[in-house]
Design a binder for this molecule. Structure first.
Ligand SMILES: Nc1ncnc2c1ncn2[C@@H]1O[C@H](COP(=O)(O)OP(=O)(O)OP(=O)(O)O)[C@@H](O)[C@H]1O
Ligand SMILES: [Mg+2]
Length: 238
């Protein structure tokens, strides 16, 4: 479903942020992407969507991520960017949540019905007519997630989905993620959330894949985590 083949990427010449990266995510898998600040998680996600391009090959459903395939890839892959401000660009939540579905051919009424469903599912129906730029950080995070889910993508790429959320909304988002059958790649420092939602974990360090295995195994490995500037999930820390 998602495949990286010897991917290398530099923002600045000869300073690779991702290097020799190869892995495959199978259909229906939920994979956690972990690593210290600056490890390359968000860069990896942007490469998958073709927002950046580097060396090597990246495939989504056998389609190479290159210009001519981007419309199809973006239809199949929904991404929650690390910064909500990068994906909320309409004046109100409703306009943002219906923007994608209308663009892909739903009527306004159908799109609004879908928006209502998604907002209800995320417990934020009251945000429907709010102005995006007046939302709190956590409200904006929830609204941004609604825009992604309203597209009903096959693959979900979630960059720090629980950032800025209070414990109640965090729990709601975890439950929502668990209820979705999609293929998922979830980047986060919230290792307890990763434990709840992912069966497999990829650990990035300085742009290289240093571990790839069962979530429980990697997230219980204190030495491995500490060697890569991370700490055990809270539930294993005692
Ligand atoms: N536009 C850019 N130009 C130059 N360097 C960049 C740019 N964006 C990111 N970087 C650098 O690339 C590296 C990887 O950044 P990235 O955002 O992928 O890390 P991350 O793992 O998502 O970190 P975080 O946990 O803080 O979100 C960092 O060293 C960062 O400083
Ligand atoms: Mg990041």
């Amino acid at each position: 479903m998602l495949r990286f083949e010897s991917v290398r990427f530099c923002y600045e010449k000869n300073r690779p942020v991702l290097d020799d990266l190869s892995f495959t995510v199978e259909n229906g898998e939920s994979v956690g992407l972990i690593g210290a600040n600056g490890a390359g998680k968000s860069t990896l996600i942007k490469l998958l969507l073709g927002l950046l391009s580097g060396e090597g090959r990246i495939l989504v459903d056998e389609l190479p991520v290159e210009k001519r395939n981007l419309p199809e890839i973006r239809r199949r892959v929904g991404v929650l960017l690390q910064s909500s401000d990068d994906q909320m660009f309409m004046p109100t939540v409703l306009e943002d949540v219906t923007f994608g579905p209308v663009n892909y051919g739903l009527s306004r009424d159908e799109a609004e019905r879908r928006a209502d469903e998604v907002l209800a599912r995320l417990g934020i129906p009251e945000l429907k007519h709010r102005h995006n730029h007046r939302l709190s950080g956590g409200e904006k995070r929830m609204a941004a997630l609604a825009t992604v889910l309203a597209m009903e993508p096959d693959v979900l790429l979630l960059d720090e989905p629980t950032n800025a959320l209070d414990p109640y909304n965090r729990r709601l988002v975890i439950r929502t993620i668990l209820s979705l059958p999609n293929t998922k790649l979830i980047a986060s420092h919230d290792l307890d959330m990763i434990l709840d939602t992912c069966t497999r974990v990829l650990l990035l360090s300085n742009g290289r894949l240093v571990a790839d295995g069962p979530a429980e195994e990697i997230l219980r490995d204190r030495a491995l985590l500490e060697a890569n500037r991370m700490e055990l999930p809270l539930r294993f820390a005692r």
